[in-house]
Design a protein around this ligand. Structure first.
Ligand code: SF4
Length: 301
């Protein structure tokens, strides 16, 4: 095993670089579009031709159209966002309504068999890939001696079974990630968590993405509690519209912006280990009222 591998650092959604007389902007999130626009203007003022692409462009293709050429393939742009990251496939056949992947990359997988193994594997849905291609990815990591430190989009409960686990277990050194975004997924998520717990997997290695805000508060909190009760750790992601120009959650049902923030903090900073949500909210409100946000923020992080 080679040493010195890490999970790297992410670009915070906007990567830029130059090659010859061309400046490239890769925009991961729509809320970085205003920054990308300013960077494009700056590069043009320096005499560069500007090209722009990425998921952040997809739902607002015209946003940069007057300052950059949009689209076209830029191989391995992910490495500009994080040099430790890679993709071995694109696309996803599942088609979740809230996800940009099938719309942008298609519902048929595009396989990239010559991919370069790096510690962060960003494929959208590893367990739904053809079994022989999953084995190919695993084999390529082993042959290269590169550790898989984080499969950061991970596995999908519907297709994550014993066979998938046995295939990836020899190389996966990071958490097992999968989503529990809607109440209807409960039985599948429980089955996967039982499978992992039966193998004595520690809770911090069972990392479950829990989308909050698209269902009412009680339903989202129920999913969070189930993840904890079933022996994993929830990672809450407030629902943000695919074309949002600001990194602000879409507020629906009985949610408020503050409630979304509080739930995400309570879950993602693991405050649930020390206090239930109601007490957390009360202590947080008291700390804020006394101007002690800093104390409150650092309490159990
Ligand atoms: S399974 Fe994951 S990658 Fe596929 S559509 Fe759903 S959220 Fe997107």
């Amino acid at each position: 095993m080679k040493s010195g591998y890490t999970t790297g650092r992410w670009s915070n959604g906007l990567a830029e670089w130059t090659q010859g007389d061309t400046a490239f902007l890769s925009v991961a999130f729509t809320w970085r579009l205003d920054d990308a626009y300013m960077r494009a203007l700056w590069y043009r003022a320096q005499g560069y031709r500007v090209r722009a692409g990425g998921p952040g462009i997809f739902t607002r293709k015209h946003y940069l159209a007057d300052v950059a050429e949009i689209g076209g393939e830029i191989p391995d742009a992910i490495a500009r966002h994080n040099p430790m990251a890679t993709f071995a496939s694109r696309g996803c056949p599942v088609g979740c309504w809230f996800c940009i992947v099938p719309k942008m990359e298609g519902r048929d997988f595009t396989l990239l068999p010559e991919f370069e193994p790096r510690p962060v594997l960003c494929d959208n849905n590893l367990s739904a890939l053809p079994a022989d291609y999953q084995s190919h990815i695993v084999q390529r990591y082993r042959a290269a001696g590169v550790p898989l430190l984080d499969a950061n989009s991970g596995f999908e409960p519907a297709t994550f079974d014993d066979e998938v686990y046995e295939r990836w277990a020899p190389i996966n050194r990071g958490p097992w990630r999968f989503g529990y975004d809607e109440t209807t997924e409960g039985a599948q998520v429980q089955r996967v968590m039982q499978m992992l717990r039966a193998r004595d997997m520690r809770p911090h290695r069972i990392r479950v993405y829990v989308m909050i805000g698209a269902e009412p508060f009680a339903a989202c909190m129920d999913r969070i509690r189930r993840v904890i009760d079933w022996g994993g750790e929830p990672h809450c992601q407030p629902f943000i519209k695919l074309n949002a120009l600001h990194k602000k959650p879409n507020v629906r049902h009985d949610w408020t912006p503050g409630l979304l923030t509080d739930v995400a903090r309570w879950a993602n900073r693991r405050y649930w280990k020390y206090t239930d949500f109601a007490d957390y909210q009360r202590s947080g409100a008291a700390a804020r009222a006394q101007g002690h946000d800093d104390l409150f923020e650092g309490a159990a992080a």
